[in-house]
Design a protein around this ligand. Structure first.
Ligand code: 4AD
Ligand code: MG
Length: 478
């Protein structure tokens, strides 16, 4: 095929008066003359004005929504409103027909639920095109952020024999025949017969391997898919999601929080700088959507204002214990409005509590630190009080927890005690413990839920709509 220009490039360069070739999909075909052509390279479509006199009736008929089309002609300043340039086409070819009766994406407003059913086609819509371009931008920004700061990208394995978070929510990986599983003498599944000679699962986190990398390269980050078989049918959970896990040697919890706050601000700024058209579109979309919601359920700020607000304000840092005091004395707690009332220290915080702190009390992002040891993972560093650990969670408006991290327990004896308390067998994790035996040092890291960050910077409402092909209970379509 002949070389063609992307619509993004044409809009950026505006080479009017020259002959250009374009290729894309028809969004609409108006008055048998104006094609709104999208090639997905940017938010805008290119208006292609067809020369009806030089096109056969047959070709005209085949220019329908969804068809793949190439066109050539002179790029001119647009006469019409809504665009600055248009293509005065002398040649138009339909290279891939659509079917106006059957094409699932008719040019009208569709519900998000319907879009999920046609996730194979939804990237062609304005909304999902914007989300996917921004999603790409967020990953580039993350790589760039860490690269600029001397972090190395470490590829942690997808298949593992450990459950880093110890929550027992793993997907098993096996080649054993499920209808004829080999058993040991005492009736247990004989994983020695399995592909890896032991029980394995899809990883829930790359952290443990990340620690191995950091205790050699000093600063690393992982960025890969993670899998959790938690049966959470919420707008914030996926069974397959992407996580970014930086890990830094010779660093403590404060360094960890500073890094996370810098990273989040860096990404938000990057998206604001690079995707003004997408953000304008998504902001308007969100405002339209919210018109149907009761006033108190609407987000208090339009999307771009909310993003600018993140950049302008320090995140509020406070301990879990301070947060419990605030929550205990809060109006919704006293009026029994929380589904899970807060009465005693030690309670795990639910998203209703997190959102109260962020959206009602502080009205900005919050970093909660020093949680009770019992409700956090085994690897977090025990504080001197003997009951809290050096953990930190970052809570975002409209999202809740977006980052979870901690300083790690670098002292071998204490780590062993903690593993015992969590019923984790040290002999299965000798490799991990070796870092504490040889050249152990203080270190810290965190995990950023990639899709939760994409949710925030797109203003989308459901995490299933910010990943191309979502996996959640009961659904692994496409
Ligand atoms: O808080 P989590 O479970 O922390 C860890 O996995 C640590 N190993 C991270 C570390 O210290 N290196 O998960 C980290 C983040 C959460 O804050 C949340 O944003 C996201 O991952 N997350 C999910 N996102 C989508 N769907 C799910 N089911 C998620 N579970 C966690
Ligand atoms: Mg967490």
């Amino acid at each position: 095929m002949s070389t063609h220009s992307s619509i993004a490039q044409l809009i950026a360069d505006q080479p009017t008066g020259t002959t250009v070739h374009v290729a894309g999909w028809v969004r609409t075909f108006r008055n048998n003359q104006f094609i709104a052509l999208s090639d997905g390279s940017c938010q805008k479509t290119l208006q292609v004005v067809v020369d009806r006199d030089n096109l056969s009736e047959d070709v005209l008929k085949r220019i329908t929504t969804g068809a793949a089309v190439t066109a050539s002609g002179e790029l001119i300043e647009s006469q019409g409103r809504g665009q600055t340039i248009e293509l005065k086409a002398t040649e138009v070819e339909v290279v891939g027909d659509s079917n106006p009766e059957k094409y699932l994406l008719q040019p009208k407003k569709h519900s998000m639920e319907f879009m999920r059913e046609v996730a194979h086609l939804r990237p062609r819509t304005n909304t999902f095109g914007a989300v996917l371009r921004i999603r790409h931008g967020v990953s580039m920004a993350i790589h760039q952020f860490f690269d600029e700061r001397g972090f190395f990208y470490l590829h942690s394995p997808i298949i593992t024999a450990s459950d880093a978070e110890g929550a027992g929510e793993t997907f098993q990986v096996t080649t054993l025949p499920l209808n004829d599983v080999p058993k040991t003498d005492d009736g247990e599944v004989d994983f020695k017969e399995d592909f890896f000679g032991k029980a394995t699962n899809l990883t829930v986190s790359g952290q443990l391997e990340g620690e191995l990398g950091a205790l050699a390269l000093s600063k690393i980050y992982t960025f890969g898919p993670t899998f959790r078989a938690e049966n959470s049918n919420t707008t914030r959970h996926l069974a397959e999601f992407w996580m970014i896990e930086p890990e830094i040697a010779f660093a403590d919890l404060k360094d960890d929080m500073d890094l996370a706050e810098d990273m989040l601000k860096y990404v938000v700024k990057y998206v604001m700088d690079r995707f003004p058209d997408e953000l304008e579109f998504l902001e308007k979309r969100l405002l339209d959507e919210e018109k149907n919601k009761p006033v108190n359920k609407r987000s208090p700020m339009p999307l771009r204002e909310k993003m600018a607000f993140i950049l302008a304000n320090d995140f509020q840092r406070l301990t879990y214990t301070e947060a419990i005091d605030i929550l205990r004395n809060s109006k919704p707690n006293k009026k029994k409005k929380f589904q899970f009332p807060i009465d005693a220290w030690g309670a795990d915080l639910q998203s209703e509590h997190e959102r109260y702190l962020v959206e009602k009390h502080f009205k900005k992002p919050v970093i909660l630190t020093d949680y009770p040891a019992e409700i956090k993972a085994f690897y977090m560093r025990m504080n001197d009080d003997g009951k809290t650990v050096a953990a930190m969670d970052i809570l975002f408006p409209g999202i809740g927890e977006i980052v979870g991290g901690s300083q790690r327990e670098e002292r071998l004896d204490i780590l062993l005690d903690r593993m015992k308390a969590f019923d984790i067998h040290p002999e299965e994790m000798e490799w991990f413990l070796d870092t504490r035996r040889y050249g152990s040092c203080k270190h810290a890291g965190f995990g950023l839920g990639f899709e939760r960050l994409v949710l925030f910077v797109t203003g989308m409402q459901n995490i299933r709509d910010v990943i191309p092909f979502p996996r959640y209970p009961g659904s692994a379509e496409f």
